[in-house]
Write a protein that binds this ligand. Structure first.
Ligand code: SF4
Length: 431
C-alpha cells in the first residue's frame, strides 16, 4: 500500500512564537486533504506544532503545507526527503504567493486551492504521469467537501472541533493574503453539510476557521439557525459588519457564539484608509463592541501596528482605547508586507523592504520594512509595550470590569497570558 506523509510545517522559531500563545488551534488543511485521498493509500500526518518529524519515516510521497515565515524550514524538509529519492509536493499559502520560488524545492506544486486537482494528481502519481504544476482554472465547488479526518488532528488544545463554512472574503485589504489566496472572493459550503460536520465533533467547543464568518450575513444567519440545536460553543473571525446587525448577533449568540475575533486593525482612520480598509469606521468601534457585548459575546480585537500613518503615540492610544472598550482579548501584530500582496508591491516600489528573509515575516519578533513615522526600534519597543500593558493586571482589571461578558473563561485566559508575558519579560525574550 503506498504511503503518503503529510506535513504541516512550522519552523522552530515559529513554534517558539506559538508556544507563547495560550490557545493554539489545529490547522485543518491536511486533515481535509487526507479525506480526499482514495482508498488504497496509507496516510500519516505530521503536525510540527505538536510533534517532531521522523526524518527516516517510510514514504512514497511527501506533501508539505506552510506559511511564509516557515518557508526556509519547509524547503529544508523538502530537500531532505528529495535526497532520499521521495517525491515531494508542496502547496499552501506561501506556494500560492510565490510559486516560482517554491517550485525550485519541490517535484510538484499546487497553486491555490487543491480540491479536484488533488485527487487527479494522486491517480496520475500512481501511473507516473503527473504534472509539475497544478492550478485550478476557477474556484473549486465547496459542495460535498468530505469531513476532515479527525484521527489526523494532533494538537492538545481546548477543542477538537475545527471546520470551515466559507472560504475567502469579499473585501480586499492591501495587507491581507486572503484576497491573494482566494481571488474568487467569498464562497460558501452548503449549510446542511456544514451543520453535519459541526455535529460530528464530540467536543463542546468549535472553531470556525473562516476568514470572515460575516462575509455573507444572510448565509451566516441561516447557518447559525442550523447549528443552534447542537448546543455547542463556537468562535470565529468576523469583519466589523457583524457588529452593525443585531439580527446577526442575536442568531450568533443563540447558536452558541462565545467570542468573535474582530479585525479592527487600527484606531487611526488614516491608517485604515492607507491599506484599503475604509469600511472600518473608527468612530463606530465603541458602539459596535458594546453591541456585540450586549448579546453576551466576547470580543477579541485584531490590531496591527506600523501603518504609514502610525506615530509613536499609536501604542498608548490603542491600549487606552481597548481598555475603554472593555475588549476581552486581543491579537496584536506588527504590520508585515507578505509577498504577493499590494502592500508588499508598494513597499518594494518605495524601496522600504529591509529583508527577504521570510523567517522574519513573523509579525511579532521582527520588522521587515522601514516604517514611515517611527524607527524600526520604536515599532518593536512600542509593540512590546502594548502587549505587556494589555496583559498587565491593571489593564485586565479595567477591561474585564467594563463588561463582565464571558468573564468566567476570559479572566483565566488573560491571567495565563499575563503570566507568560511576565515570564518572557524576565527571560528577556523579545516577544
Ligand atoms: S476583511 Fe479581513 S479577511 Fe477580508 S480582506 Fe480584509 S483583512 Fe482580509
Amino acid at each position: 500500500m503506498p504511503r503518503l506523509v503529510l506535513i504541516t510545517a512550522s519552523s522552530p522559531e515559529i513554534r517558539e512564537v506559538r508556544r507563547t500563545r495560550v490557545l493554539n488551534f489545529q490547522q485543518i488543511t491536511m486533515p481535509y486533504l487526507a479525506a480526499r485521498v482514495p482508498a488504497g493509500w496509507e496516510v500519516v500526518h505530521i503536525d510540527e506544532e505538536a510533534e517532531e518529524i521522523d526524518w527516516k519515516i517510510e514514504a512514497d510521497l511527501v506533501g508539505i503545507t506552510f506559511h511564509t515565515p516557515s518557508a526556509h524550514h519547509a524547503y529544508h524538509i523538502a530537500t531532505h526527503f528529495r535526497s532520499r529519492g521521495i517525491c515531494v509536493i508542496m502547496g499552501g499559502p506561501h506556494v500560492t504567493l510565490l510559486p516560482q520560488e517554491a517550485g525550485q524545492y519541490a517535484d510538484v506544486i499546487f497553486i491555490g486551492e487543491a480540491e479536484g486537482l488533488w485527487e487527479e494528481f494522486l491517480k496520475s502519481f500512481e501511473t507516473g504521469s503527473h504534472r509539475r504544476v497544478y492550478q485550478n482554472a476557477g474556484p473549486p465547488f465547496l459542495k460535498d467537501v468530505p469531513i476532515s479526518r479527525k484521527e489526523l488532528f494532533h494538537r492538545s488544545d481546548y477543542t477538537n472541533g475545527v471546520l470551515f463554512a466559507t472560504r475567502g472574503c469579499s473585501n480586499q485589504c492591501d495587507f491581507c493574503t486572503v484576497a491573494v489566496m482566494y481571488p474568487h472572493k467569498l464562497r460558501m459550503r452548503p449549510i446542511a453539510e456544514v451543520a453535519a460536520e459541526y455535529a460530528s465533533f464530540k467536543g463542546k467547543v468549535i472553531i470556525f476557521w473562516d476568514d470572515n464568518i460575516a462575509g455573507d450575513m444572510e448565509y451566516a444567519k441561516e447557518l447559525f439557525r442550523a447549528i443552534a440545536p447542537y448546543r455547542k460553543w463556537w468562535s470565529s473571525q468576523a469583519s466589523i459588519h457583524c457588529g452593525r446587525d443585531d439580527k446577526f448577533l442575536e442568531a450568533a449568540a443563540q447558536s452558541g457564539c462565545k467570542q468573535l475575533f474582530l479585525g479592527l486593525e487600527s484606531i487611526s482612520q488614516q491608517s485604515l484608509a492607507g491599506v484599503n480598509k475604509r469600511f472600518n469606521r473608527v468612530e463606530e468601534y465603541l458602539q459596535v463592541i458594546e453591541r456585540i457585548h450586549s448579546h453576551g459575546i466576547a470580543v477579541q480585537a485584531g490590531i496591527v501596528f506600523g501603518f504609514d500613518d502610525d506615530t509613536p503615540e499609536i501604542f498608548r492610544n490603542t491600549i487606552d482605547f481597548l481598555e475603554e472598550a472593555g475588549v476581552q482579548n486581543a491579537t496584536l501584530n506588527i504590520l508585515t508586507p507578505f509577498p504577493g500582496t499590494p502592500l508588499y508591491r508598494k513597499m518594494k516600489a518605495e524601496g522600504r523592504l529591509l529583508t527577504q528573509d521570510w523567517s522574519k515575516y513573523n509579525s511579532r519578533d521582527d520588522v521587515v520594512f522601514k516604517p514611515k513615522q517611527m524607527s524600526v526600534a520604536e515599532l518593536l519597543t512600542g509593540f512590546r509595550y502594548a502587549n505587556e500593558r494589555f496583559y498587565s493586571l491593571q489593564s485586565i482589571t479595567k477591561r474585564l470590569s467594563r463588561s463582565l461578558v464571558q468573564c468566567w473563561w476570559s479572566l483565566p485566559l488573560n491571567l495565563a497570558y499575563s503570566f507568560q508575558w511576565r515570564m518572557m519579560a524576565q527571560s528577556g525574550s523579545p516577544r
